[in-house]
Design a protein around this ligand. Structure first.
Ligand code: PMT
Length: 392
């Protein structure tokens, strides 16, 4: 997206530098407007260096005579964010005052504007400020609420500008295309837990991050998402129906009971074996070695492949070698429509990492490489390719 970032004069202006960096790193094009007061806290240089664009500070300093900047910048941008937003700029915007470059651009701007206030809590609670906030909310401005914490004035209260990552997440989620609306998507995530006795169990290194990212991405894009997983300690994305399970058998039962889906994605690391016997009481140590006998679990993906009707089935393959050969083998053996292969031998991706890099092997022979990036971005790419190939 093309993002116009307005920076006003508060101590949180330094956080706007980080916000610029994060927006650029996430592929957005950023241009920055600073008020005169903002320049008391930070200089234009870091914004210029990070955005690789000129920074606009003075309405009377037209950098291009062919344009009127406070109009053309508004035409250029898809959205505008003001972070931090001071009480003063808030008041000016609410009352249509355009006595500087930022406020004039706001008046001329016809698309979505996001406001991230930052000020002392007494100022924030003041009826004048709250009235201005209500006025702008009614006019369609979206507020990214300040958080509670240590304020520059020494207070510990509400007034801190929302963190750059949270601001970025907010605008990303708000601007996402709801292209999976009406789709029912079942996703399995994380490890399974195979009980030995009341104290011990067998599991694996999966954190659930890949599957939860898929659930988050699908839900953000409007799908009705059912997530089947153990309790992995991650927050279930909002709007997602969570079926909490423990063992591979529990996961099998949950999937079998919820097969009526448009898309089924098996990102879970399911145990292939479970103890043949589960002990009611804690196993006591004895002299010598202990042998545990394991039996095969249900292959859930294979079951789905054998019983699917119109569902588009996405399997995963966690490999450490011969990735392509094994992934293509699973595609056929499990009758999936696509296998998403990842190399879990590489510690910078795969299990527990926030990043992944995958290759999608489709039934029709197409192969798509998705390079290393955050699991959420990988999830979005997987869903886009599934949508394109599976639901034309
Ligand atoms: O959770 P993270 O830490 O984020 O890590 C992500 C991940 C590495 C776990 C994920 O990206 C991944 O690769 N998940 C599949 C792991 C796995 O079990 O792969 P597999 O190659 O052993 O199994 C192949 C496919 O069969 C998988 O879709 C698996 O869910 C499914 N399977 C396996 C065994 C079984 N009994 N039933 C199954 O359905």
């Amino acid at each position: 997206m093309k993002i116009l970032l307005g920076v006003t004069g508060g101590i949180a202006a330094y956080k706007a530098i980080d916000l610029t960096s994060k927006l650029v790193q996430n592929g957005h094009e950023v241009r920055v407007i600073m008020t005169e007061s903002a320049e008391q806290f930070v200089t234009p240089l870091p914004f210029q260096a990070l955005s690789r664009n000129p920074v606009y500070t003075d309405i009377f300093h037209e950098q291009n005579p062919a344009e009127i900047q406070h109009i053309s910048l508004g035409d250029w941008a898809d959205i505008m964010i003001i972070a931090p937003l001071t009480a003063s700029t808030l008041g000016k915007i609410a009352h249509g005052i355009s006595d500087n470059m930022l406020c004039a651009t706001v008046l001329a701007f016809k698309k979505q504007i996001y406001l991230a206030p930052a000020m002392n809590s007494n100022m924030y609670e003041n009826i004048a400020v709250q009235t201005n906030i209500d006025t702008l909310k009614k006019r369609g401005f979206k507020f990214i609420e300040p958080g509670e914490g240590f304020l520059a004035c020494g207070y510990v209260a509400k007034g801190r500008m929302s963190e750059p990552l949270d601001i970025m997440q907010y605008i990303t989620e708000d601007n996402i295309e709801k292209d999976l609306t009406g789709m029912n998507v079942l996703i399995t995530a994380g490890p399974t837990i195979e009980t030995i006795d009341p104290v011990r169990y067998l599991t694996n290194r999966s954190s659930g991050k890949m599957g939860y990212s898929l659930a988050q991405a699908a839900s953000l894009r409007g799908a009705n998402v059912t997530l089947v997983s153990t309790d992995v300690g991650l927050q279930v994305p909002s709007g997602v129906r969570h079926i909490k399970i423990e063992s591979a058998q529990d996961m099998f039962n949950a999937v079998k009971d919820n097969m009526e889906q448009h898309i089924i994605i098996k990102a879970a690391a399911v145990a292939d074996y479970t103890p043949s016997e589960t002990y009611e009481q804690k196993l006591k140590k004895q002299d010598g070695d202990l042998t545990l006998t394991l039996k095969r679990t249900e292959d859930i993906l294979k079951y789905i492949g054998e019983h699917k009707t119109s569902q588009f089935v996405v399997g995963f393959a966690a490999e450490t070698e011969h990735v392509e050969k094994y992934a293509r083998g699973k595609l056929i053996k499990k009758n999936a429509d696509v296998i998403v292969a990842n190399n879990v031998g590489d510690k910078s991706i795969g299990f527990k990492s926030n990043d992944n890099a995958v290759t999608m092997y489709f039934k029709n022979g197409t192969q798509i490489d998705i390079p290393k990036q955050s699991k959420l971005n990988i999830a979005h790419e997987i869903l886009s390719h599934v949508k394109e190939k599976g639901f034309k």
